[in-house]
Design a binder for this molecule. Sequence first.
Ligand SMILES: *[C@@H]1O[C@H](CO)[C@@H](O)[C@H](O)[C@H]1NC(C)=O
Length: 317
Amino acid sequence: MVKPLQTALIHLRSLGLVVPWLTWLLAADILLSLLLPFKPLFPDTVYNLSSHIASSVWRWIQNIFEVRNGAVITMSGDALPAGESAIVVANHVGWSDFYMIQALAKRAGMLGRCRWFAKIQLRMVPFLGWGLWAMGFPLVSRNWVKDKTELERVFKGITERRWPTWLISFSEATRFTPEKYVESQRWCDAQGRPQPQHLLYPRTKGFVTTVQHLRAAPHVKAVYDLAIAYQHGTAFQSAPTMWETLSVPRLSPGQERKKKGKASETGYRFHVHARRFPVEELPNDDEGLAKWLEDRWVEKGEYLEELRVKWAKEASG
Ligand SMILES: *[C@@H]1O[C@H](CO)[C@@H](O)[C@H](O)[C@H]1NC(C)=O
């Protein structure tokens, strides 16, 4: 087929996939907004209904990525008990990290219960921002004084109302780039801190605050530490863009890879590795918790390096 025509068809196909989802997102926002006035009277019912609506929105976009666009997500590590509430921390590579974490949440029956730390600027994004706010996502500026009320609002639902939740944050606060890695390394050298491989040094403040507050919630039983990894052709930690996840028809042509016995030039590998730590095994003091997160990041870096070497070997046949 002529190249421009093929490109046009691929874009049309993705619009066909995305426009119905966006329409449902808008409908979900309206439903969520209509629920808001009932929140003070029936907080638990509203939380449950919001979670059902959220679940339908996330399930749909996950389906576009995994089923329609054929992304194969592989998983390893500790089993995550169904229905368990947890504090979730992960490294941040790109938009598709969202699908890696959702794939785990779906398995654990917690998809509708995911609440992500998101940038306050997202509140301004039409449709999406309003919905996130109504669903009770913590929208933060990373200025901890300004964020205090917002965090208390979110923590309160979990500690006082015992709402089942996966409270998810990207501890590096920003996406990994080679430039930011150099910056992180410079900072670690100056501070006498270990620089984790393939990662940025984690911001510990948000994690410490979260653990210290949620210890009061007996149903929040664990911290899940996730390592997210990608490979595109032979490039490690190369993730698709948001539009690619929605538009590329065959993201992981894994079967062909097996037949030819080497990595396809166009295919992506998607992997998420989970570790589960019971909350009561974490240190009690702030300093200890910060160090605990640092240790997890150093280990995550070692894990990613092992995976990189393994995948590179597989790619070279
Ligand atoms: C909300 O859902 C939880 C768990 O699914 C359930 O235990 C609880 O009774 C529900 N609460 C209300 C008010 O519907």
